[in-house]
Design a binder for this molecule. Structure first.
Ligand code: ADP
Ligand code: ADP
Ligand code: ZN
Length: 217
């Protein structure tokens, strides 16, 4: 399967991606995770990306597109991909059309997770992530087995630097202005499926399984 998962910051893209992967055995391409990895490693890309991410701004298109181009060209993407957090601008979506043609893996499904602002604020402010393996948790909605400790690798959980109210406001504006137009872009192509992200994590996943199985038929 060749899938994109979209939605505002905090809608549940990462959480649902983890579940989709266990079900669809395809590589997970999260531009947010790739940038955080580069920041951790202190690479040139990381330095550049952090100056945008810490302010809640989008990393420039040419940088982000270059990163995804390299990733999609790797052999594991020949069995499909799950793009999470990319594309986020029309320029990225247009570039992606070309990239997916080049690897003969056209997008089959765009899952848009909808969610209201109040819920996004609660989710972002309670989000805790594992700095080592990237798993994400919530202090109320998705508690780890032991408080503050990753179930998967036992590292100490942290709060993302950009998960502040101020940064969320900037990210929501970026979403409204730059990312939302993509909903119409993919709807016109007949690829868009919306799922209600306000439901419980497991119910959202049930709805996602339904739309995936419809497309896989
Ligand atoms: P969220 O959980 O808020 O949806 P992500 O983990 O997907 O965030 O991304 C974190 C940050 O990384 C974004 O706020 C943005 O600065 C940067 N980023 C991620 N993906 C992209 C992209 N496709 N284009 C530009 N910037 C991106
Ligand atoms: P995104 O990748 O879209 O930014 P995440 O998957 O990281 O979002 O989810 C944001 C936060 O909200 C995390 O702390 C996660 O545990 C929590 N969360 C995700 N989906 C739900 C849900 N359906 N109901 C309640 N909390 C959720
Ligand atoms: Zn971990």
């Amino acid at each position: 399967m060749n899938i994109i998962i979209m939605g505002p910051p905090g809608a549940g893209k990462g959480t649902q991606s983890e579940k989709i992967l266990a079900y669809c055995n395809i590589p997970h391409i999260s531009t947010g995770d790739m940038f955080r990895e580069a920041i951790k490693e202190g690479t040139e890309l990381g330095k550049l990306a952090s100056s945008y991410i810490n302010q809640g701004l989008l990393v420039p298109d040419e940088v982000t597109i270059g990163l995804v181009k390299e990733r999609l060209a790797k052999p594991d993407c020949q069995k499909g991909y799950l793009l999470d957090g990319f594309p986020r601008t029309l320029a990225q979506a247009e570039a992606l059309e070309k990239l997916t043609q080049e690897i003969s893996r056209p997008i089959q499904l765009v899952i848009n997770i909808t969610c209201e602002k109040d819920a996004l604020i609660k989710r972002i402010s309670g989000r805790r992530v594992c700095p080592k393996c990237g798993n994400s948790y919530h202090v109320e909605f998705k508690k780890p087995m032991v408080d503050g400790v990753c179930d998967n690798c036992k590292s100490e959980l942290v709060q993302r630097k950009d998960d502040t109210i101020e940064s969320l406001q900037v990210r929501l504006n970026a979403y409204e202005n730059q990312t939302k137009p993509l909903i119409e872009f993919y709807d016109k192509k007949g690829l868009l499926k919306e799922v209600d992200g306000l439901k419980d994590i497991s119910d959202v996943f049930k709805d996602i399984q339904k739309v995936i199985s419809e497309v896989a038929k």
